[in-house]
Design a protein around this ligand. Structure first.
Ligand SMILES: [Zn+2]
Length: 257
């Protein structure tokens, strides 16, 4: 049984999250993306950790901005998506869908999640039951489709939804309150969603994070994972549409919201 990784999640930039993983036995310290140098450097200094790895999910500046500086300070190894390798500063190892590798003895599986960008990947730590979904799957939402198609995003999300239900899901942004307000317009009679929306409001009022979430919670309440749901379909007047069509409509409504 592998050592349990310590997980530190903290805000960066406007609404990003930075996440640092630390193995207390062998010192392995991983930053999931590198949105901003200062908050990450502060946590590393405070904990007296030396960064050994950065796992980059996609090329957007709010996910890679601190790669170069952190690499200069810690000589860490940067792993990132092969399809965007030329846009990932400091990348050492390029990985793609289906790859599995070890970081400090911890197994990491790569899942391609195109849609938000074409090359975005998620990192799954199966033994730790952790998923880092970046800007593919958010709590009660999904990423904007900048480079891919709705079909790609739908398929990406369905692949993540197939992971074990007790997997903890970390995402790139704290967008949950606005996602919740939108979600209840799509799935108004979902009691679990209504209760969760209230909980989220309370958490944000208290200045607390709404992440991580879990695969189980998202499957039960995130409309972007539920295009098959009869109540959602009835609400949208799309009873006989395909899942992909329903997903596309939900995403289009969110873009206009
Ligand atoms: Zn992004």
């Amino acid at each position: 049984m592998a050592t349990k990784l310590k997980v530190f999640q903290f805000p960066a930039r406007e609404d990003n999250y930075a996440v640092i993983l630390h193995d207390p036995e062998n010192g392995t310290t991983i930053s999931i993306d590198a949105p901003e140098h200062e908050p990450i450097a502060d946590v590393l200094a405070d904990k007296r950790y030396s960064l050994t790895h950065i796992l980059t999910t996609h090329h957007h500046p709010d996910h890679v901005e601190a790669n170069a500086v952190l690499k200069g300070e810690h000589d860490c190894t940067i792993i990132g998506p092969e399809a965007e390798a030329d846009r990932i500063p400091g990348i050492d190892n390029a990985v793609k869908d289906g790859d599995a590798f070890e970081v400090g003895g911890h197994r990491v599986e790569v899942i391609a999640t195109p849609g938000h960008t074409l090359g975005q990947i998620a990192y799954h730590f199966p033994d730790q039951k952790l998923l880092f979904a970046a800007d593919a799957l958010f709590a009660l939402g999904c990423g904007r489709i900048f480079e891919g198609t709705p079909r790609q995003m739908h398929e990406s999300l369905q692949r993540l939804a197939a992971l074990p239900e007790d997997t903890k899901v970390y995402a790139g942004h704290e967008y949950t309150l606005s996602n919740a307000k939108f979600a209840v317009t799509i799935d108004p009679n979902n009691e679990e969603l209504t209760a969760r929306a209230r909980e989220i409001e309370q958490l944000r009022d208290d200045g607390k994070p709404t992440l991580p979430t879990t695969i189980a919670k998202e499957k039960a309440t995130n409309p972007f994972l539920r295009p098959h749901d009869p109540a959602i379909r009835a609400n949208l007047g799309m009873e006989s549409a395909s899942d992909e069509e329903v997903f596309t409509e939900i995403r289009a409504r969110k873009d206009r919201a």
